[in-house]
Design a protein around this ligand. Structure first.
Ligand code: OAD
Length: 281
C-alpha cells in the first residue's frame, strides 16, 4: 500500500474541488531555501552536530540538556537565526496560492524559520506548532524577554539571562520536554472541518504534530508530497503520494492547476542571489 504513488494530473483534479485544505509541513519544505532539514542522512542537522560534542543529536533541542549546557544550542542558533539570509521558495508560495484561491483552512508548520509569514500567509492562518524565533522567554519564571536582546547575546556568543530571576532565556521555539503552544490544539476542530489534507516535507517522526495526519477522519483525501513515504500515508483508500523532490512535484501540480504564472510572479518577488527559482530548475 505504501507505493500508492499518483499521477499529478489526478491529484490536481481532486484538489481543485477542495474548499478547506489543511496543510502540514516540516523542514523539507525549506531545504530549497537553503536551510537543512533534521533527518536526511548526510545533509540533515542531526548528522552535522559533531562539533558540539552532544550525548545524542536531539540533545541540542532538549530542555533538560539546555538547562545544564545552553552553549551548543546558542552556537547553533547563531548560525541559523532566521533573517535576511533565507527566502521563501515555490513550496511556500504554493500554500499562498491555496490561500489566494480561498482554499486554505490552516497551515500547521513545525518550522521555526518564519518563511511562511515572509511568503505572505497571514498569521491567523498559521499554527507555528514548534514555536518561533520572534519572541523569547525565561525557562525558569516563564517571563518574556525582548527577542532583540536575546538575539544580541546569541550573535555575540554570550548567554542570555532573565532580568527578573537570572534564569536562562531562549527564543520561544519548542524544545523536546516542553509543551506545544495552546494554539496547536486548534487542530482538534480543524481536522473535523477540513475536506482535504496536504502534508509536505516532514518525516512525521515527531509527535504530537504527526498525529494531525492520523486524526483527519477516514474518507477525507490525504496527499503526501515528500521525498519518501512517511507515517501512515498510503494505508487509506483516499491517500495519494507524490514522491521525489518537493519543488519539482509542487511545480508540476501548480501547472496542472493552471497557477504557474501566479507562482512564477510570487517567486520573482523573492528571487535573489541563491534563491531557487522554479524557472531555473
Ligand atoms: P525531518 O528532517 O525529520 O524530515 C524532513 C523530511 O523532508 C524528510 O522525510 C525528507 O526526506 C523530506 N525532504 C527534505 N528535503 C526534501 C526535498 N527537497 N524534497 C522532498 N522531500 C524532502 O524534519 P521534520 O519532519 O520537520 O523539532 O522534523 C520534525 C521536528 O524534528 C522538527 O520540528 C524539530 C526536529 O527535532 C524540534 O526540534 C522540537
Amino acid at each position: 500500500m505504501k507505493n500508492k504513488v499518483h499521477k499529478v494530473e489526478d491529484v490536481a483534479r481532486g484538489l481543485k474541488h477542495a474548499q478547506r485544505v489543511l496543510v502540514m509541513i516540516g523542514a523539507g519544505v525549506s531545504t530549497a531555501s537553503g536551510i537543512p532539514d533534521f533527518r536526511t542522512p548526510g545533509s540533515g542537522i542531526y548528522d552535522n552536530l559533531q562539533k558540539y560534542d552532544l550525548p545524542y543529536p536531539e540533545a541540542i533541542f532538549d530542555i533538560n540538556y539546555f538547562r545544564e549546557k545552553p552553549e551548543p544550542f546558542l552556537a547553533w542558533a547563531k548560525e541559523f537565526f532566521p533573517g535576511v539570509n533565507y527566502k521563501p521558495n515555490a513550496v511556500h508560495y504554493f500554500v499562498r496560492l491555496l490561500l489566494e484561491n480561498k482554499q486554505l483552512q490552516r497551515l500547521y508548520t513545525q518550522n521555526i524559520d518564519g518563511l511562511e509569514v515572509m511568503a505572505g500567509i497571514p498569521e491567523d492562518k498559521i499554527v507555528a506548532a514548534h514555536g518561533t524565533f520572534t519572541e523569547a522567554a525565561c525557562i525558569r519564571c516563564r517571563g518574556s524577554a525582548p527577542i532583540y536582546e536575546v538575539k544580541e547575546h546569541i550573535m555575540e556568543g554570550t548567554i542570555p539571562r532573565c532580568a527578573t530571576c537570572d534564569g536562562l532565556v531562549k527564543p520561544t521555539i519548542v524544545f523536546f520536554g516542553e509543551n506545544l503552544p495552546e494554539r496547536f490544539f486548534l487542530y482538534e476542530s480543524d481536522v473535523r472541518a477540513c475536506d482535504y489534507l496536504i502534508c509536505m516535507g516532514t518525516s512525521l517522526e515527531v509527535w504530537p504534530f504527526a498525529g494531525i495526519a492520523e486524526f483527519v477522519p477516514e474518507g477525507i483525501p490525504r496527499l503526501l508530497i515528500n521525498m519518501t513515504a512517511v507515517g501512515s500515508f498510503g494505508s487509506r483508500k483516499d491517500d495519494s503520494l507524490l514522491l521525489g523532490d518537493l519543488v519539482e512535484n509542487v511545480t508540476a501540480l501548480v501547472e496542472c492547476l493552471q497557477w504557474k504564472d501566479s507562482l512564477v510572479k510570487l517567486c520573482e518577488t523573492a528571487c535573489d542571489d541563491g534563491f531557487v527559482s522554479i524557472e531555473s530548475r
